[in-house]
Design a protein around this ligand. Sequence first.
Ligand SMILES: *Cc1c(COP(=O)(O)O)cnc(C)c1O
Length: 375
Amino acid sequence: MKKIQVPFIDLKRFEPGFQDALNAKFGAMTAAAQFIGGEEVARLETSLRDLLRVGFAVSCANGTDALQLALRALGVGRGDTVLVPNVTFWATFEAVVNVGADPATLDADIADGGISLPALEEAIDRLKPKAAIIAHLYGWGTAHLAEIRALCKARGVLLLEDGAQCFGAFYKGAPIYEGALISTASFYPAKVLGAAGDGGAVFTDDPDLADKVRRLSNHGRTTHYGYGLLGWNSRLDSLQAAFLNLSIGHLEQRIASRRASAAFYQAHLPELGIDTMRPPKEYEENGYCNVCLVRDPSLKAELETRLKAEGIGFGNIYPGVMSRQPGADGVSQGHFGGKEGEVLCASVLNLPLFPYMKPEELERVLEVVRSVTAK
Ligand SMILES: *Cc1c(COP(=O)(O)O)cnc(C)c1O
């Protein structure tokens, strides 16, 4: 029998009828030259608001802009210090610098990929930051979410939650975005709710913050040629909104499929001596990205070599901490906590995970992993 190859992610597995519905929708919108704003964008924002149980959802051009819009709306700018996780996607760090503020990094908690709570407390005492960003990685959030929200509130630190990877995750029975001061999402195609290109959104319960985000994302406009703020153009295209609206109709099914694949790995990999990361209690994950922690560098290298040779995709999300990036030189205000982030980055191995993986694909990944660990 021919051995099957398995991509790390395959975005082409649309539901039956999805592409026909999309072609009809795009055809009608293009015929009407409906490209900016309009009904699809409004419908998307309403759906996001209801789905995530937030007061306001404002769409924008991408998840990186969403972070910058949120920081600007919070009034973060020149001279302000913002705490950021040392393990995250670079956009989290970059956004702080791009609004003119100064980032300082917080060590990771290797148990869940979130930030270290003691590092956060120390950094608040020492730096008196204006804001902090946490990133909910790997399809869940930190075990200390309630404590982090409460601590930041008590100490007057504005907390922004980077929710690019946690769409569809539940915390204490509610969407994880519920109860955040301000949070963001990315609709990059590989994310849980992916667009046919770039997209993002900002969520908040505060009407003033929502209003500010909306104005900043449209040149700070008060009227068509009146500008109350210095913003930029970060609107979400109408065609992207239409694609996302159609996708939301299939989201439950896609997430159920992701969760089933994550559960398969979590059930079988420990039998092979591979440590899988799992969501902390109180969380229901969205199955975004299966994480193995392979602490033995030679085993990790061997696994990667074998996966590659057998045509099995894999990832290292993320291979390096923020504070060690050349782009952070001379920019960071310091690091708080230890080096668990470095250990996490050196250990992480992500196996294929995307909606509608076939059972034989999951079995094949396991078989290849077993061929290395059984020796
Ligand atoms: C994807 C991602 C972003 C950036 O989103 P874009 O839409 O690609 O700009 C930011 N933070 C995290 C944690 C992400 O995973």
